[in-house]
Design a protein around this ligand. Structure first.
Ligand code: BV8
Ligand code: ZN
Length: 245
């Protein structure tokens, strides 16, 4: 992959870099994405059908089982070379902020330290009534497990459509986007708001925007650099070219 020299120099001299990742970075770990044209997980359902408070109120068991299935699926997968390349890049950049829309926890598993999980984390479960986190629960396969404290139904600790993003995480992500010199948008279709606004916040403040995606997205025309391909292949090559071992 021939990397433009100005991008190599920019990466070597930047102190503040932000990266936003989406389901595409986990695709090579074997997790299906939500919208990609081939077998996107969303293909079988409308997002609102499953990832929304109304869906949970209507059929808590269906929603609980869908997330339980996804938690199981994640147990079988590992971070890929793209996740590890981001860990390596962060070692060379004094202020590197990793923001993810993913709820699979793979960035933390790969060793990324400062990860802002904008949409929560699938592995964490909380009470839908009192908000208490549950460390363990008994899933008898018949009823949705209930909170030990108040008896409320347990739910995944993820942000559903129509729900607000966690304020602290969103503010940190906006701050990082506004003050970075370089912004990576990796493996995201840029459809879901407000995460999709971060790249524009960076661009509008004069940051260089680098997009890595197997397809063009609405952001592509605005990006300073667009690498079409798999993040698990492009990121390691980029890191090796900028910080050769
Ligand atoms: C909010 C957690 C304010 C759950 C997720 C109409 C009705 C209801 C809401 C709305 C509406 N219109 C607009 C909205 C707002 C809504 C929204 O944006 N909807 C979209 C669909 C238009 N947003 C919200 O509701 C947000 N909250 O606005 O609150 C509010 C508050 C109160 C009342 C009203 C409003 C909450 C959004 C968070 C939703 N939760 N996840 C779960 O996971 O089950 S979003 C979900 O989509 C995942 O987190 C996922 O990460 C995210 C975004 O998708 P991507 O990550 O981009 O994944 P995608 O498949 O789309 O793209 C993958 C990309 O990778 C593709 O481009 C593909 O080409 C590329 N790729 C594939 N393989 C590779 C690759 N690239 C590189 N390498 C590869 N190997
Ligand atoms: Zn409770």
């Amino acid at each position: 992959m021939d990397l433009p020299l100005d991008l190599i120099n920019l990466l070597r001299t930047s102190h503040r870099v932000a990266a936003l990742t989406g389901a595409g970075v986990s695709q090579e770990s074997g997790l299906r994405t939500f919208r990609d044209s081939r077998d996107g997980l969303w293909k079988q359902y409308q997002p609102e059908e499953l990832a929304s408070p109304a869906a949970f109120a209507r059929d808590p068991k269906l929603i609980w089982d869908w997330y339980a299935w996804r938690r199981e699926a994640i147990k079988a997968v590992r971070p890929n070379a793209g996740h590890y390349a981001l860990v390596e890049a962060a070692r060379h950049i004094s202020d590197f902020t990793l923001v993810t829309q993913n709820v699979d926890g793979l960035h933390c598993m790969a060793g990324s330290s400062k990860v802002i999980e904008l949409h929560g984390n699938l592995q964490r479960v909380r009470c839908s009534q009192c908000g208490e986190f549950a460390e363990d629960w008994n899933d008898d396969g018949v009823n949705v497990p209930r909170c030990a404290l108040c008896g409320g139904l347990l739910r995944p600790h993820v942000v559903w459509f129509g729900e607000s993003l966690p304020r602290a995480e969103l503010e940190l992500a906006i701050e990082a986007s506004r003050h970075c010199e370089l912004f990576f948008s990796i493996g995201t279709s840029g459809v879901v708001q407000p995460a999709a606004t971060l790249a524009y916040a960076a661009h509008n403040r004069g940051a260089a925007v680098v997009e890595i995606n197997t397809e063009r997205t609405p952001l592509t025309p605005k990006a300073d650099y667009f690498f079409q391909g798999k993040s698990g292949e492009i990121l390691p090559e980029l890191v090796q070219a900028v910080w050769p071992k």
